[in-house]
Design a protein around this ligand. Structure first.
Ligand SMILES: *Cc1c(COP(=O)(O)O)cnc(C)c1O
Length: 369
């Protein structure tokens, strides 16, 4: 069968391995598996969200409220923006897809940093667009600006903090960059881990309201999948000027967010106490990861997220190490596919982190290279 030539060369996104697969492949008891691979919240989500979903379960026969009024009002209040400056998607992934379809076509271009969230280039390639990458392990805004001048891309993606490295640009640097970009180029600022960054360092904190007030060509993205612990519910949002939101809305399939997901997200947003505890715990646990790395001579990248990247040059081969960890029931993310000899570990609960340290120690001492 012939398919659209655009999809022939597409890569399929490789998600972190689900626990079920490790159970099947290695015969490990599910209770002995530690999943530190998908940047999920190890504490789950707000118990209030679970309760609200339970109480709404009987509504699943109905189509969702397609106006999403309640979640929109909650987000409007939280970010001090108007409902017309908001679009809600099945994960912020879906907003990335809307943005690509709104701006891209065969022969169009996107600009991104070399090592960043994989979905930008996947959606861009689906639209037949070319991907321009600025070199280096971190976002290099000067190099990006030069590439912007050379290639005139339709979209520029900035991931702050960046996945899969964990580092984060300063807000002023992002603003000074966006200032120099013409208003016909869409600048997507992906804030999937902004709650973490803002908690750790106010220089990294982005207020979507300020960004959108200053710039007519910025689309800010947020998600309920990370700090709010609702990855399984698929809820994310975009914040931008009305003109951008109106265009994205034309691409939105009706009922793109389920009834129970809307309930979960709205309730989770109302439980900021849970989020604050999540953030405090994450950075407390991260200290152990830094100490462990230092003991083992492993280089880390300063992280403003709920994960940490171990650079393994001179220590081990990241693929072999990730596989060996997997066989022992510890799931982490190998970054070899990004061109890095590194692994990305999601910060888990204390006992999960200890499992990781113990297993790593065993492997490194036994000469897994
Ligand atoms: C997790 C993540 C997202 C989106 O996740 P959704 O579950 O689709 O909301 C977007 N960007 C980055 C950088 C992420 O890590």
């Amino acid at each position: 069968m012939k398919f659209n030539p655009v999809i022939e060369h597409l890569k399929t996104y490789e998600p972190g391995k689900p626990i079920e697969l490790v159970v099947r492949d290695f015969g490990i008891d599910p209770a002995d598996i530690v999943k530190l691979a998908s940047n999920e919240n190890p504490h789950g989500c707000s118990p209030k969200a679970v309760e609200a979903v339970r109480n709404s379960a009987h509504l699943m026969f109905r189509y969702p409220d397609d106006t999403m009024t309640e979640l929109k009002q909650a987000l409007s209040a939280h970010f001090d923006v108007s409902g017309e400056e908001l679009v809600i998607g099945a994960g912020s992934d879906q907003i990335i897809e809307f943005a690509c379809r709104a701006k891209l076509y065969g022969g169009a271009k996107i600009l991104q940093s070399d090592i960043t969230f994989a979905m930008y280039q996947i959606y861009a390639a689906q639209c037949g667009a070319t991907v321009i990458k600025s070199p280096g392990i971190a976002h290099d805004l000067d190099a990006m600006y030069r590439l912007y001048q050379e290639h005139a891309p339709e979209i520029i993606f900035i991931c702050a903090p960046n996945n899969p490295t964990g580092d984060c640009l300063d807000r002023v640097d992002i603003e000074n960059f966006v200032e120099r970009i013409d208003e016909d180029t869409l600048v997507v600022v992906d804030g999937a881990y902004q709650e973490y960054a803002a908690f750790k360092d106010s220089c990294k904190a982005i207020e979507p309201k300020n960004l959108v007030e200053k710039f007519p060509h910025v689309l800010y993205l947020g998600t309920f999948s990370k700090a709010y612990g609702l990855g399984g519910m698929r809820v994310g949002y975009g914040i931008a000027r009305r003109e951008i939101i109106r265009s994205l809305y034309k691409l939105r399939p009706p009922f793109n967010v389920t009834t129970l997901s809307l309930v979960a997200a709205e309730t989770a947003l109302g439980d900021q106490h849970f989020v604050q505890r999540t953030l405090a715990d994450c950075f407390a646990e991260m200290e152990h990861y830094k100490n462990f790395a230092e003991e083992q001579g492993i280089r880390t990248i300063e992280s403003y997220t709920n994960f940490i990247t171990y650079v393994l040059d001179g220590i081990a081969d990241s693929t072999k190490l990730a596989d060996a960890l997997l066989q022992r029931g510890v799931i982490v993310r190998d970054l070899k596919g990004y061109g890095l000899n590194a692994i990305r570990i999601t910060i888990g609960k204390t006992d999960e982190n200890q499992r990781f340290f113990d297993t790593m120690k065993q492997l490194l001492n036994s000469g897994t290279k």
